[in-house]
Design a protein around this ligand. Structure first.
Ligand code: NOJ
Length: 718
């Protein structure tokens, strides 16, 4: 920040009334053009009186121009507003949901889609996104699992960096840069039983090892905002968590941006049971370091009383105001309040490269889970194809949880994508019922259509409304009515391609897996959904995605993830007193990193450039990968470690790096990773980073399953 800007900020603060200061700390959700009922809480009145500093969930030329005009022309101090929206996986062009995009294991892709979203969103008047969402989760019951980058802390950290750079730094023109807000700080993904908004009780070690690193990565990448989660952590409500917000984030990590509460979260300190009224709630949040009150009205109503009582000081209020004004200067709003806003909202078609990019992102995110007897690809397609299921012709559902500006009629459904791709086949369709309710008549029709076809594409799963926020489900699976439909379709005996749409791993019945020749996890692929799915089916794209999250066999296995610790009684099928379930396997249905391709990748000759490593040392780990099949392809190689003897128990495998490789059929390539000694350190008994002398196992390969990994050992000497 230049001294000139610092001077302007101080001069503004000196002129502000208390009400105007609290206005800067207040974020409203409202359309200002349709002003709603008159009165003191009317949004337009609040902006005009300088009682609101930022607006949530508003975009488009008409609304933004009018609101900013009021702020710049009708307020006393002429401080611009900023506008914030949840742009998680695209603005108008919708990309795959984060959990899907994570499966591409492609940093460049993660950055590119964020950059494109930033360019679209800023053209539409938005200057801040509440993204990236970095809540590592291992619980498919939690609806919000669709918003994160999967079960692994390292992946979420890599994803965080790519997204922050993509939103904030990558766009060439300053007015196309979108301020990112990393959320939800912290461990929201560990809500009890996967129930949204429930309590969180994780250890300090789990915070250090799993949940904090993605946020630290975001801070190091320069993220401009952080949003605390709705939940508590071990009894301390995150919106009032001074040790984690002010002490850790600000003092230790040096975070200089703004902290924005979640929606109404300051007022929710009352039902949390840590504040008696709005005054106490506002006091706790301000003192913890929360700068902006989103939609609780707690700062406006509570802080004047708190100030009078001496519970907060004017200095504490000024500090928060200073950070908000600094953000507005950083966004260039004082000099350019409309910041590149265009009169026409961008559409995916207005820049065809964006549609192509969304299609590329989608096909890189779709995971091929099963493919018996090379059922796919359909290079020579069946003559008569039945495309059935309630998600076959449901384009709006394919956009996923956050698609605020996404348009249904710009989205390609599965049926439509199939019709475009397979012009030589006759394609018939029956929905077989609604997404959440079945009906015998609809099922009978779907069976009839299937019986007349040579093969069936069964599209089942979730609507976007039963995935995402406030969408926890005890049965992470297609709703029962759809399973009934599936049973009837399986019973026809027709060759079956199962397409699973949804925002979480599903627990699938064995009969459905056995009855499907091929299974595709399509997730929510976005605007280009149908085309991307058809690309995979046809073989126009060789599937390259791998699971960023384990798929359980049974709900009772949850939480299940690749980096579980081995325990003192590691699973041993010959020993009944080893860790196991009596009624289910201990391994997931599909593990982290699994994902099929139409080719085969062979790994050989894993090597290290040195067998010992010292405290500040580094070495190269390399492996040969051969495309042993007949089709060009891309894949991911993972580098895991295992520390067999440490001061505290360590995970069975820990991911340290990954790389994408593109290989023509028959080609071989040597893939190399640089491994630094610092990557082998872990939080010791006292949680301070520790590096011990001794053996470290390195496991390199295409998934976390032992059969997909090659091992080589090194010795740490410190
Ligand atoms: C509540 C959600 O928890 C948060 O992720 C989102 O950014 C806000 N609402 C604003 O829409």
């Amino acid at each position: 920040m230049t001294t000139e800007i610092a001077r302007r900020i101080e001069s503004l603060i000196a002129q502000m009334t208390l009400s105007e200061k609290l206005g800067q700390l207040t974020m409203l959700a409202a359309s200002l053009v349709e002003t709603g009922p008159p009165g003191p809480h009317n949004p337009a009145t609040m902006v005009r009186e300088g009682r609101a500093g930022s607006i949530l969930n508003t975009w488009g030329a008409k609304e933004i121009r009018e609101a900013q005009r009021v702020a710049m022309e009708e307020t006393r101090l002429k401080i611009p507003l900023f506008f914030a929206v949840d742009v998680l996986h695209g603005h108008r062009t919708i990309y795959p949901i984060p959990l899907a995009e994570a499966c591409a294991f492609d940093r460049a892709l993660w950055q590119r889609t964020a950059q494109e979203a930033a360019e679209e969103a800023t053209r539409d008047g938005i200057q801040m996104t509440f993204a990236p969402m970095l809540d590592v989760s291992r619980d498919p019951r939690w609806g919000r699992i669709c918003e994160c980058a999967g079960e692994d802390g390292f992946i979420n950290a890599e994803y965080a960096k790519a997204k922050v750079i993509g939103f904030q730094n990558a766009p060439a023109q300053p007015e196309r840069r979108l301020a990112a807000v990393a959320k939800h700080f912290v461990a929201y993904g560990a809500v009890n039983a996967g129930r949204d908004y429930a309590e969180v009780d994780v250890s300090q070690r789990a915070l250090e090892e799993i949940y904090l690193p993605p946020f630290q990565a975001a801070v190091e990448a320069g993220v401009l905002g952080i949003m605390p989660s709705f939940t508590d952590v071990a009894g301390v409500a995150m919106t009032a968590h001074k040790p984690l917000l002010d002490d850790l984030l600000r003092q230790q990590w040096g975070f200089e941006g703004v902290i924005i509460s979640d929606y109404n979260a300051i007022a929710e300190l009352i039902p949390h049971g840590v504040a008696a009224d709005l005054t106490e709630a506002a006091t706790l949040a301000l003192k913890a370091g929360v700068d902006i009150d989103m939609m609780a009205g707690a700062y406006e109503q509570g802080l004047p009383v708190a100030l009078e009582r001496g519970a907060v000081s004017m200095d504490e209020i000024d500090r928060a105001v200073r950070r908000v004004l600094k953000l507005k200067f950083a966004l260039g709003l004082f000099d350019n309040p409309l910041r590149g806003l265009e009169d026409i909202s961008p559409t995916p078609d207005s820049d065809p490269s964006r549609r192509a990019s969304a299609r590329d992102a989608a096909r890189r995110s779709i995971v091929l889970l099963e493919n018996r007897d090379q059922f796919l690809p359909w290079t020579k397609a069946p003559q008569n194809i039945a495309v059935v299921g309630p998600l076959a012709d449901a384009p709006s559902e394919l956009m996923g949880a956050w698609c605020m500006a996404g348009e249904i009629d710009e989205t390609v459904g599965i049926l439509s994508g199939m019709r475009t791709a397979f012009t030589g086949s006759t394609i018939t369709h029956a929905a077989g019922g609604d997404i959440e309710t079945g009906d015998a008549q609809a099922i009978a029709e779907a069976v009839h259509v299937t019986q007349a076809a040579d093969a069936v594409v069964l599209c089942i799963g979730e609507s976007r409304h039963i995935s995402g926020e406030a969408a926890s489900r005890t049965k992470p699976a297609p709703p029962d009515s759809q399973l009934e439909l599936a049973r009837a379709i399986v019973a026809t005996g027709k060759p079956l391609l199962l397409i699973l749409v949804g925002g979480r791993p599903f627990v699938l019945p064995q009969w459905l897996i056995d009855g499907s020749q091929a299974i595709i996890a399509a997730w929510f692929p976005g605007t280009e959904a149908g085309n991307a799915i058809a690309d995979i089916i046809k073989g126009a794209w060789n599937p390259s995605a791998r699971l960023a999250i384990s798929w359980p066999v049974e709900v009772g296995q949850i939480p299940i993830y690749y980096s579980l610790r081995t325990t003192g009684r590691p699973n041993d099928p010959k020993n009944g007193f080893s860790t196991c379930f009596l009624d289910a396997p201990i391994t997931p249905r599909w593990s982290f990193g699994e994902g099929l391709s139409y080719t085969r990748y062979d790994l050989s000759d894993a090597q290290v450039s040195a067998t010992t490593i010292e405290r500040d040392g580094a070495l190269d780990v390399s492996i040969d990968i051969t495309n042993a099949g007949k089709m060009d392809g891309e894949t991911t190689i993972f580098l895991f470690i295992r520390d067999p003897v440490a001061q505290v128990t360590r995970p069975a495998l820990e991911l340290k790096d990954f790389q994408n490789v593109a290989l023509a059929a028959g080609a071989r390539q040597r893939v190399a990773f640089k491994l630094h000694a610092s990557q082998l350190a872990y939080p010791g008994m006292d949680l301070a980073p520790r590096l011990d002398s001794g053996r470290i196992e390195i496991h390199v390969g295409t998934s976390s399953r032992p059969c997909d990994l090659k091992r080589v050992d090194i010795e740490v000497r410190v």
